[in-house]
Design a protein around this ligand. Structure first.
Ligand SMILES: CCCCC/C=C\CCCC/C=C/C(=O)SCCNC(=O)CCNC(=O)[C@H](O)C(C)(C)COP(=O)(O)OP(=O)(O)OC[C@H]1O[C@@H](n2cnc3c(N)ncnc32)[C@H](O)[C@@H]1OP(=O)(O)O
Length: 300
């Protein structure tokens, strides 16, 4: 991994990168990885695995805002699973290829005016993505290079380490209550495991979107770096995590996360039933419809 950084630094200093269109530290890291094995090319997510370092970089590329649709979540779970089974992969960096947004969270259209059967399928995909990422034995690092509300925040919180662009206009948090909906218990558990009980209680009730500096202050993210350095800093952090023997780190991770995972495993079906009955309520549909309208108005 340090070879990646040395190479990025060399290129930046030599000015070669500045000759490339849209070049910056972020694209340097991406270009380096891109020169390695293209692991998977699906429409919404790109994965490159560097066979020398064992580090995969997963880029979300689903315009306009990387919302977590059924298709996106399915692709995501498949990719994480594939990497999990690949013994040559030791770590995964998750980031966005789109400007200004890491992920806008669950795709609201998947929860709006659809059939109960659709809600079941969608929620299973949300659960599956969480199981795969939260339960991954690999080192996972979120390189958060844009806004990351709700489900986007959940994905980042599932990772072992979070690095966010220090842009104060970017925010992250579980803002569900602002939409008139409620984050399920395992979203809450995941947040509580990151920032503790008190901050989760405040954050969840208020549907708080933390600015990048606020997120650092409460421990929702671990580092803030200039936007162009988010991916190279993630690569640097990764090298530290990979210096620990895998078996010892993996057992420690599993020991910390197993109770949280077991809790959803035991309540998987009930959680789906809750989601479907909650989402199907007229009042919830009305709230979601109003929220989508608000997003559109804000745009115009
Ligand atoms: C008690 C039992 C409980 C059981 C469980 C019950 C309930 C279910 C809980 C479900 C948990 C939900 C989790 C979620 O993740 S909900 C999603 C929350 N997400 C948001 O609130 C983010 C909304 N979006 C934004 O704030 C912004 O879009 C942005 C991410 C900051 C990006 O801003 P900007 O670059 O200015 O883009 P635009 O706002 O202009 O958006 C571009 C188009 O994308 C559409 N959009 C945005 N977000 C979403 C989304 N999450 N899903 C679907 N579509 C989205 C937006 O409307 C624009 O569309 P247009 O081009 O057609 O106008």
């Amino acid at each position: 991994m340090s070879s990646i950084l040395r190479r990025c630094t060399k290129l930046t200093h030599s000015g070669i990168l500045s000759m490339l269109p849209g070049s910056n530290g972020r694209s340097c890291a991406l270009q380096y990885f891109a020169s390695e094995k293209r692991y998977s090319t699906s429409s919404k997510i790109k994965v490159d695995l560097d066979s020398n370092t064992g580090v995969a970089i997963m880029q979300f590329q689903s315009p306009p805002v990387n919302s977590l649709s059924l298709d996106f979540l399915t692709e995501f779970a498949i990719n994480i699973e594939k990497l999990e089974l690949d013994r040559s992969c030791r770590g995964v960096i998750i980031t966005s290829a789109l400007p200004k947004v890491f992920s806008a969270g669950l795709d609201i259209l998947e929860m709006y005016q659809k059939s109960p059967e659709h809600y079941v399928e969608f929620w299973k995909a949300v659960q599956e993505a969480w199981f795969k990422l939260y339960g991954s034995s690999k080192v996972t690092i979120a390189a958060i290079n844009g806004n990351s509300p709700a489900g986007g925040c959940l994905l980042a919180m599932c990772c072992d380490y979070r690095i966010m662009a220090e842009n104060p206009r970017y925010s992250i948090g579980l803002n569900e209550t602002q939409l008139g909906i409620v984050a399920p218990f395992w979203f809450k558990d995941t947040m509580q495991n990151v920032v503790g009980h008190r901050e989760t209680e405040k954050g969840l009730q208020l549907g708080k979107l933390y600015t990048a500096p606020e997120a650092l202050k409460v421990g929702l993210v671990d580092e803030l770096v200039p936007e162009e350095k988010v991916v190279s800093s993630a690569a640097e952090a990764m090298s530290k995590w990979l210096a620990i023997p895998d078996h010892a780190r993996q057992l420690s991770k599993s020991m910390m996360r197993k109770p949280t995972i077991d809790r959803l495993l035991a309540a998987r079906e009930a959680d789906i039933t809750n989601f479907v009955s909650f989402t199907s309520k007229d009042s919830i549909q009305k709230s979601l419809g109003m929220y989508m309208e608000m997003l559109k108005k804000r745009r115009s």
